[in-house]
Design a protein around this ligand. Structure first.
Ligand code: MCA
Ligand code: AMP
Length: 494
């Protein structure tokens, strides 16, 4: 039998997952994954990198499905359960998915789409009940294991493919750097279709033999109660969550506030990532909880690349240094390596952590590498030995609450509104979200549109977190001599 994670075996009686206060041991989870993998295989001996999609919130079923697909030799395609169903069409088609796993209300919501696309929609439980006695395939580490979708900028979202070896490298690097152990207990409330939730929390936790307390969404009251009860010793979140926690905690009566702050203070580690952590936030969190946030930098295509140290100086406004085994260099616009401090350049990455390919898109894969370096599109400087992120090379990428959003995708949807003639979308600075999706709209003559109309119209047409937070109706959009909208000029039009 192939066990890809060393802790997932029949002898490990430690608690792997907590789901709604129910404790699930590693051995129970292992047995279930085994059964699931065999049920999924049916009469086949190996899924041979079939893309199996699943639409499952954080739960034992999610973990069983992910690992079951891995053990059966498939490529796991976890989908965002907060997506508008219309957005899933592209993912299923571009990954050539023929089987999708979901249950309950999630399964219901997919019935129409799956039948239209001739995708078989299966309940996780049904697969477990199908169990057959057979051997599982031996999985070579070089085989493809997972496909996560990155937001498209100029094109539709692309499937980022990683092998088992890449995933192992991403996990073990972080376990060493952040000193994960089997005594760790961590809450997991981030979505499970991105690296932050899947690799940094779920997989590092399970690989280490730690305990993961599962949340189906960021339930701030429950999180704070568990922190106050000192249930956790590690906490990982995006900056927006720390902002929300500060706002929430500071409104509470002082006895409750003190218990929650003491809970955070007693932890061994609080990490922030997925978006820039403002220095103000770093300082406020420290003042409130006495925790020095560890900020790190990553990307779907590379896992984590740069991190402040577990021991040593964690410098506010900086993401730290290259993680062991990850090569990081900055390059200028002419592709020359920058070997001096305080000169801005694009972050490029090499290492065992870097993804294999964009699925079925050799040209996009090729374009994203220069001389073997993966080009992130993020701009940074090296400042006294630590990297500081300066921004992104594309104004069309928005980071809102840790989600990377494509301005062009949102514009494309808004343009189908009958009253909208032209639209430009960009991220504008926002204390809570980092950047707020802001739409500048030119209306068709004699048309009207207010914010609430737009918000209602977006419902079901795009994921709720992509819906513009701000609407500006403008007479025209600024354009350059070539007729291209100059979005930078819009920043002044607010
Ligand atoms: C929710 N809303 C948002 C966002 N999330 N608006 C903009 N941006 C968002 N990210 C809106 C909802 O549409 C809703 O609007 C209102 O906020 C309340 O929604 P709710 O779901 O209750 O909010 P929440 O639970 O407080 O969610 C905020 C969140 C969530 C927990 C910060 O956005 C989140 O989980 N973000 C993390 C995403 C993540 O894991 N990213 C990592 C990818 P209305 O009320 O108007 O309907 S990056 C990555 O993996 C790389 C490798 C890395 O470096 O880590
Ligand atoms: P994604 O492609 O969704 O995985 O998002 C990755 C992007 O998030 C990176 O390319 C960065 O732009 C951004 N990011 C991640 N961590 C940080 C950080 N600590 N500071 C600034 N930006 C970050």
């Amino acid at each position: 039998m192939t066990t890809l994670f060393p802790t997932l075996n029949n002898k490990n009686s430690a608690v792997a997952l907590i789901e709604n206060n129910v404790l699930i041991t590693y051995s129970d989870l292992n047995e279930k994954i085994d059964r699931f993998a065999k049920g999924l295989l049916g009469s086949e001996s190996d899924l041979n990198e079939e893309r199996v999609a699943f639409f499952i919130p954080a739960s034992e079923d999610y973990v069983t499905t992910l690992h079951g697909i891995w053990r059966a030799g498939g490529i796991a395609v976890p989908l965002n359960v907060a997506s508008a169903v219309t957005e899933l069409d592209h993912y299923l088609k571009s990954a050539n998915v023929t089987r999708m796993i979901a249950s309950g209300k999630y399964k219901e919501s997919l019935k129409e789409l799956c039948s239209e696309l001739e995708v078989e929609l299966i309940d996780a439980q049904e697969i477990l009940n199908r169990s057959q006695h057979k051997d599982l395939p031996a999985i070579d580490q070089s085989r493809r294991a997972m496909m996560l979708f990155t937001s498209g900028t100029t094109s539709k979202p692309k499937g980022v493919v990683s092998t088992h070896a890449i995933i192992s490298s991403q996990i073990t690097t972080l376990i060493d750097a952040w000193e994960w152990t089997s005594s760790d207990v961590v809450p997991l409330f981030l979505p499970l279709h991105h690296i932050h939730g899947i690799i940094n929390i779920l997989s590092c936790g399970l690989w280490s033999g730690a305990t993961i307390d599962l949340y189906q969404n960021f339930d701030i009251t429950r999180v704070c109660a568990s922190v106050a009860a000192e249930n956790y010793n590690v906490f990982m979140a995006v900056p927006t969550i720390y902002v929300k926690l500060i706002q929430h905690i500071c409104k509470l009566p002082s006895s409750e506030k003190d218990r929650i702050c003491a809970g955070f203070s007693s932890m061994r580690l609080n990490i922030s990532g997925s978006a820039a952590c403002p220095v103000k936030l770093f300082n406020e969190w420290k003042a409130l909880t006495s925790q020095t946030l560890l900020e790190r930098y990553g990307m779907t295509e590379i896992g984590m690349g740069i991190s402040n140290p577990y021991h040593g100086e964690r410098r506010p406004g900086h993401v730290g240094q290259a993680l062991p085994g990850v090569d990081i260099q900055l390059f200028d616009d002419e592709d020359n390596l920058i070997d001096a401090e305080n000169l801005a350049g694009e972050i490029r990455v090499q290492g065992d952590n870097v993804f294999l390919e964009y699925w079925d898109n050799a040209s996009a894969t090729e374009e994203s590498f220069i001389d073997g370096w993966f080009c992130t599109g993020d701009v940074a400087v090296l400042d006294n030995g630590y990297y500081r992120i300066m921004g992104r090379s594309s104004i069309d990428i928005i980071k809102s609450g840790g989600y990377k959003l494509s301005a062009l995708e949102i514009e494309g949807t808004l343009l189908t509104h009958e009253n909208i003639l032209e639209v430009a979308v960009l991220g504008t600075p926002d204390e809570t979200w980092g950047e707020a999706v802001t739409a500048f709209v030119v209306l068709k003559s004699a048309s009207k549109l207010d914010y609430q109309d737009l918000k209602n119209w977006c419902d079901g047409r795009m994921s709720a977190y992509k819906v513009p937070k701000i609407l500006h109706i403008v007479e025209s959009l600024p354009r350059n001599a070539m007729g291209k909208v100059t979005k930078v000029n819009l920043k002044d039009c607010q």
